[in-house]
Design a protein around this ligand. Structure first.
Ligand code: NAD
Length: 324
């Protein structure tokens, strides 16, 4: 990526900021676009130490005039801006629609009209599969999203593949699973439950596990996801393709809670009944099959969950005040 011009939508957010840091290390010319909506994961702290090494643009991806300008001259677009809360998408469905679907179309139109040679990687989500019909879930699994966010993210990824196929605007899609690590939102459960669990652990409060805790999940450490995003951007074989990410060490929620408690003296977890609004959109047991991406690009997660959680807790111990 040395010398390349790279635009990251959502670049002050969790994954975007970790990606931006890597790109700056690699010598890329990075522009961040982020609207810093308070309920989302954007946080100026995420790039405070390298803010002079990137160009910051505090625009909203829903503003086509900004996006028309911003895509010009860029070699790559990592399209990560999004409304990520499943519950919020049920309470404010039209905001989710505007950001995760309509704005995606206008970003693609900006590229079609002003920079058709740009290379795009779009961050989709495994949420679009809904409740799995079989495990592990591969890319051929039917798509039956269980919440508004899933429907709109599905539209977002379809638009990217459509613009790739019809207009030749090179786009790849990665369907991310639970991603965690330094710089994630831990203030509340809007990003993933792991965020609020980290906060509770560091504040000496019990972790709350909903239901029987037997639902399995797979977790990717953010540096592994950054590797995957960069691979998808740099390999022509990824153009026009959709890939799952995933992890080889899935855990159920009880084991996840226990493992996380092991890193903090006196930490504990409690099982509580599933809140009704969350149970209605829960996907149950879920594990992604990521063999297609692994086989094509020799990507495999390097950071095991225990190691990644230890690193994350260390980061937030030092930085807690900036993330509350
Ligand atoms: N973190 C995960 O576990 C996970 C899992 C699946 C998919 N994803 C996808 O990855 C992408 C990045 O997620 P993240 O975890 O870094 O979330 P995040 O909330 O930390 O980052 C998203 C960023 O987008 C910005 N943003 C939101 N709406 C915007 C708008 N209208 N205009 C400009 N900026 C806007 C936010 O301010 C934030 O900085 C999202 O698209 C998300 O759907 C994440």
């Amino acid at each position: 990526m040395e010398g390349k011009k790279v635009l990251i939508t959502g670049g002050l957010g969790f994954i975007g900021s970790n990606l931006a840091r890597r790109l700056v290390q690699e010598g890329a010319d990075v522009t961040i676009v982020d609207s810093l909506i308070p309920e989302y994961g954007g946080n100026p702290r995420n790039l405070h130490d390298i803010k002079d090494q990137v160009t910051m643009n505090f625009s909203d991806v829903r503003d086509p005039f900004s996006m028309n300008q911003l895509v010009q001259g860029q070699d790559y677009l990592f399209n990560l801006a999004g409304q990520t809360s499943h519950l919020d998408s049920m309470e404010n469905p039209f905001t989710d629609l505007d950001i995760n679907a309509k704005a995606q179309l206008s970003i693609l139109e900006a590229c079609r009209n002003h920079n058709p040679d740009i290379r795009i990687v779009f961050a989709s989500t495994r949420q679009i599969y809904g409740k799995p019909q079989y495990l592990p879930v591969d890319e051929k699994h039917p798509l039956h999203p269980v919440d508004v966010n899933g429907v709109n993210k599905m539209a977002g990824e379809c638009y990217h593949i459509l613009y790739n196929d019809v207009y030749g605007i090179s786009a790849s899609v990665l369907r991310l699973t639970n991603t965690y690590g330094p710089r994630m939102r831990i203030k509340d459960a809007r990003q993933t439950f792991l965020g609020i669990w980290i906060r509770n652990l560091l504040e000496g409060k019990p972790i709350q596990v909903f239901g029987d805790g037997r639902q399995r999940r797979d977790y990717n450490y953010v540096e592994d996801v950054v590797d995957a995003l960069l691979l998808a951007a740099s390999r022509p074989e990824a153009e026009g393709k959709i890939f799952n990410l995933g992890a080889p060490d899935p855990l159920n929620l009880l084991d996840t809670a226990q493992l996380m408690c092991n890193f903090v003296n006196g930490a504990s977890y409690e099982k509580i009944p599933f809140p009704e609004n969350r149970e209605a959109i829960d996907i149950g047991d879920f594990i992604c099959n990521y063999h297609a991406f692994e086989k094509a690009f020799r990507w495999t997660p390097k950071v095991e969950f225990a190691e990644g959680i230890e690193r994350s807790l260390q980061y937030f111990r030092d930085e807690l005040e900036h993330y509350l």
